[in-house]
Design a protein around this ligand. Structure first.
Ligand code: SAM
Length: 450
């Protein structure tokens, strides 16, 4: 790998004698790691012998399986994520405000690595808002969140500057900022070609704009977390110091065991690939010292699902979950479930933001018939009364390719097809015909091995 000269000179300044080891690490293969979904039980086909030290759900794999050909991957049993960024868990465990419910915003969320991790760290009573400004990246964020099955999530597609009506609303705001990507040079060699001194300066200025919009949204004593996958101080330290100098934030430092190999980021933490088993990454946390809180509380301003349809819906959902949610109708007829205990908080978000989709999307009614959504299939909410049809691995892959629906001979109506107990999606049996309801855009396009 040919590193840009000014990049190497800067890293030599930062690392001194360690520079050679750093450069050597960039010539080795990037480790493969995954994070398990605590909401889904799963029998992996690979061994999980080597945990990532700073998270309770992350593991290194010995080699890279073809994830696309693992039905458990499509069921949301795990997320493939670079290990360094899983440190988010350690930051939250040390510094998350002790409040209930927690209102959390992931401001730069796609494709959803850190959002799914946040979802695993939150309780069923907390609210998560995931925003991605670039429209073409919202689809993958939705897909990953829907597979993950955390219900109290609102997905938004807005510029951070348009969140101003939620001043002081969030207990935790994560800015995993678009950056010059120096920490990704080993994993994504194209990042080397895109790197330039100008792009470092442009990224730094953009991060400052995002951080100043983010800072307004943090509740009194709430936490602002800033991360990048880069090393230079024009982005990391300059912006971290700017936050504490210019805005009313103080740094909160995070202790890490020396054996983890993580360097101090002055402030925060810095990961280098010659010291940790992971890619380059920077993260720092700040607490809000200001008292400003200005947002409009109130129940969601969308209509409730009519009573008769709510009664029909009850048949589909586990009773212990059904009563904890309220059911609303979107403009397009879709039904969303919003947690009863979070209606005021959800209402505030729905009033303040416009380009968003809220809560768990359950499906819609066609006349008196309920058509369940793929999100419902993967949510873990479906009542035990609804038929499950277990598939073999081969049958599961054919279902996920949308080439087959599984074995015949089942009673008429809707059924969930499963693989090793993990729900994969819906089929509907109508006489001799069986329809496969996997969303076409999610089907496996890869050729299956014979
Ligand atoms: N948090 C994600 C994860 O863990 O999977 C990765 C986020 S990536 C580092 C940064 C994201 O910021 C990208 O999805 C990018 O589209 C988005 N972005 C780009 N420009 C932005 C802006 N001006 N404001 C907010 N987000 C922006």
């Amino acid at each position: 790998m040919n590193l840009p000269e000014t990049f190497s000179a800067n890293l030599k300044d930062i690392l001194g004698e360690e520079y050679e080891a750093f450069e050597k690490a960039l010539q080795t293969e990037a480790p493969v790691s995954i994070r398990l979904n605590p909401l889904k039980k799963f029998n992996p086909s690979f061994s999980l012998n080597e945990p990532v030290p700073w998270t309770s759900t992350g593991y290194y794999l010995e080699s890279r399986p073809v994830f696309t050909l693992d039905p458990a991957f499509h069921a949301g049993a795990y997320y493939v994520q670079e290990a360094s960024s899983m440190i988010l868990e350690h930051i939250l465990k040390n510094h998350a405000p002790a409040r209930q419910p927690l209102k959390v915003l992931d401001l730069c969320a796609a494709p959803g690595g850190k959002t799914t991790h946040l979802a695993s760290l939150l309780s069923a009573d907390d609210l998560l808002v995931a925003n991605e400004v670039i429209k073409s990246r919202v689809g993958i964020l939705k897909e990953n969140l829907l597979k993950w099955g955390f219900p109290n999530v609102i997905i938004v597609n807005q510029d951070p500057e348009t969140f101003a009506d939620l001043e002081g609303f969030f207990d935790i705001v994560l800015v995993d900022a678009p950056c010059s990507g120096e920490g990704m040079f080993r994993k994504t060699p194209e990042a080397v070609k895109e790197w330039s001194e100008e792009s470092v300066s442009a990224c730094s200025a953009r991060q400052k704009r995002i951080l100043s919009a983010a800072a307004m949204l943090v509740a009194p004593d709430g936490l602002l977390i800033y991360s990048t996958c880069t090393y230079n101080s024009t982005e990391n330290q300059q912006n971290a110091h700017w936050l504490t100098r210019t805005l009313d934030f103080e740094t909160v430092e995070t202790d890490v065991p020396a054996g983890w190999g993580i360097a101090g980021g002055n402030p925060g933490l810095q990961f280098f690939p010659h010291k940790v088993k992971g890619e380059g990454f920077y993260i720092a946390a700040f607490r809000n010292k200001s008292r400003d809180e200005r947002y409009v509380k109130g129940k969601p301003n969308i209509p409730r699902l009519p009573r008769k349809q709510t009664e029909e819906l009850a048949r589909w959902i586990r009773p212990e979950i059904f009563g904890a949610y309220a059911y609303y109708l979107k403009n397009d007829g879709g039904i969303v479930a919003l947690k009863q205990t979070l209606l005021n908080e959800t209402g505030a978000v729905l009033r303040a933001l416009h380009k968003r989709s809220s809560g768990l999307d359950l499906g819609h009614f066609k006349g008196n018939d309920f058509i369940p959504s793929h999100a419902l299939a993967l949510s873990g909410w479906v009542s035990e009364e609804i038929l499950r049809i277990p598939l073999s691995e081969k049958e599961a892959l054919l279902y996920l390719k949308k080439e087959s629906t599984g074995p015949n001979g089942h009673p008429n109506g809707w059924a969930l097809v499963t693989f090793q107990g993990l729900e994969l999606g819906w089929i509907k049996v109508i006489g001799n015909r069986v329809n496969n309801y996997l969303p076409a855009e999610w089907r496996i396009r890869m050729k299956l091995e014979e």
